[in-house]
Design a protein around this ligand. Structure first.
Ligand code: FAD
Ligand code: FES
Ligand code: FES
Length: 474
């Protein structure tokens, strides 16, 4: 048990509760803030969405998070905003737009949508309707239909001067939104009030269970977490950060996917990473889900695991002061089995910065584009000179019990010309290395076909002219 000091809406609160207590339960059951709804309790519907404001140096940054997958302990010294915390004496412009556009019927999803729309205004650099709509990918409405919700979003954006909006990023965004009545005035006082909250350490005894973003943990072990002795990695500075060292990109394990997306280092070191971000869950999950959690949950279709396999990543494991490294392709031993003892923590992930000629591509087939895990996914890193392939690394998920580095296929294409015969042989090698099973995501035969098509898609996407000349088609 530990004392958690936080601000919820306009009030400082302290809770003597286990750090793993689900925030949604605290909001609804202790605080009686019933505007935050409980729908799926699995991160899939967005009805429990809240804003989470965390001090970053001198200013506060707000992110949307699913309170059903959020440990109360991570609210320590932060600001949690529910729909009640956005209410003023009259409806704010987003709430009014929802009324004017008939964007609510039963209303169950509406608080979550208002929170996400506000989250977009807090997080976006510039105003962009398609990006704003994509930002709502984690919110589901069962009865109104999305057209009127999108109209309400567009109406809200139209009220804002786009130049002033862009200029306010990041330092004066909150005061800008207060001025425009999207946020209540008390938001201005929150940074000072957070800094004056009493401090309580991340208290642990015995062997704790490890939680990073919690997005997988609560789904798998949700019933047990509230009473467990939880170590919250997102509060451990040593597990956060991205930097370059000895021509390697180092990502500390508790780095979130949003932090990857906004990192200038990643833009330089991981070609085109941002292009694929919309294929990974939705903004509120990305705001919490970590790179380390994606690897340790050992899902055979973990998107980051697949991408990092193609980048030839290595994992760094830590136990007390001892560190050891393992190639990511050797780390996965069997279904959900890792080369890791229970006491070891994943400390960081490193990968060599690809050469200038290096090109990266990621492909994913899932039943729906947003907020879904893959049936099959695949990543490639390839460098070429004068139509000859210097190096290629290919990985695929959903085709074996583990995220798979396709070693034979990768080795085959090295120093070969890019032509139809060699690509066909690469696919044959890849198919000989995988053992898909038939399950709800498709038959084994379908998954093999998908893998073949995804490998072709890599070449067609990365080398369109050559693929056309060689008649390589996905
Ligand atoms: C709605 C939804 C959509 C999703 N969509 C996708 C998707 O599109 N693609 C995808 O790949 N995944 C998806 N996921 C799965 C999940 O969000 C990701 O795998 C995520 O990266 C897990 O990270 P986390 O920090 O939340 O892990 P947690 O839930 O905190 O932890 C997962 C496991 O790893 C352990 N762990 C975490 N960090 C460490 C560490 N540093 N050292 C030792 N052990 C550690 C924990 O003990 C736990 O067993 C989705 C999940 C949800 C809920
Ligand atoms: S209750 Fe559905 S996402 Fe939280
Ligand atoms: S208004 Fe009923 S679920 Fe959206």
């Amino acid at each position: 048990m530990t004392m958690i000091q936080t601000i919820i809406n306009n009030r400082p609160e302290s809770f003597e509760l286990p750090a793993g207590t689900v925030l949604l339960d605290v909001l609804r059951n202790y605080m009686k803030l019933k505007g935050t709804k409980e729908g799926c309790r699995e991160g899939d519907c967005g009805s429990c969405m809240v804003l989470w404001g965390k001090m970053q140096a001198h200013r506060i940054e707000y992110r949307t998070v699913n309170s059903c997958l959020f440990p109360l302990g991570d609210a320590e010294h932060t600001h949690v905003v529910t729909i009640e915390g956005l209410n003023g004496e009259t409806l704010n412009p987003i709430q009014q737009a929802i009324v004017d556009d008939g964007a609510s019927q039963c209303g169950f999803c509406t608080p979550g949508f208002v929170i996400s729309m506000t989250g977009y205004l807090l997080q976006a650099r510039t105003l962009d309707l398609p990006a704003a709509i994509a930002f709502l990918a984690g919110n589901i409405c069962r009865c109104t239909g999305y057209t009127s919700i999108i109209r309400a979003m567009a109406r809200s954006l139209n009220l804002i001067n786009s130049d002033e909006f862009a200029h306010s990023y990041p330092d004066t965004r909150i005061s800008f939104l207060v001025q425009q009545k999207f946020l209540p005035e008390y938001f201005l006082s929150i940074p000072d009030r957070i800094q004056s909250l009493p401090t309580s350490p991340n208290q642990l005894s015995g062997q704790p269970v490890i939680m990073a973003g919690g997005t997988d943990f609560y789904r798998q072990q949700g019933e047990d977490v509230p009473d467990a002795n939880v170590m919250l990695l997102s509060r451990e500075a040593n597990f956060k950060g991205i930097y370059i060292e000895n021509n390697q990109c180092v990502i500390r394990a508790a780095t979130t996917i949003t932090e990857l997306e906004t990192s200038e280092i990643i833009q330089h070191a991981w070609p085109d990473f941002k292009k694929y971000i919309h294929l990974i869950s939705c903004p509120s999950i990305r705001n919490r889900a970590t790179v380390g959690g994606n690897i340790i949950n050992a899902s055979p279709i973990g998107d980051l695991s697949i991408m990092l396999l193609a980048l030839e990543a290595t994992v760094v494991l830590k136990q007390n002061d001892q560190m050891r490294t393992v190639k990511l392709k050797d780390f996965f031993r069997g279904y959900k089995q890792l080369d890791k003892s229970p006491a070891e923590l994943l400390h960081s992930i490193t990968f060599p910065i690809p050469p200038k000629s290096g090109r990266f591509n990621f492909e994913k087939v899932s039943r729906r584009t947003h907020l879904d895990i893959a049936s099959v996914n695949s990543a490639i890193l390839i460098s070429m000179e004068n139509n000859f392939i210097n190096e290629m690394h290919l990985a695929a998920g959903g085709v074996a019990p583990i995220p798979c580095y396709l070693a034979k296929a990768s080795a085959f294409l090295k120093n070969k010309a890019l032509n139809r015969e060699n690509v066909a042989a690469t696919i044959d090698f890849a198919l000989s290395e995988v053992t898909p099973i038939t399950d709800v995501r498709g038959t084994a035969g379908y998954k093999k076909l998908l893998l073949k098509q995804l490998i072709l898609a890599h070449f067609v996407t990365l080398f369109p002219k050559m693929s056309e000349a060689e008649n390589i088609q996905a």
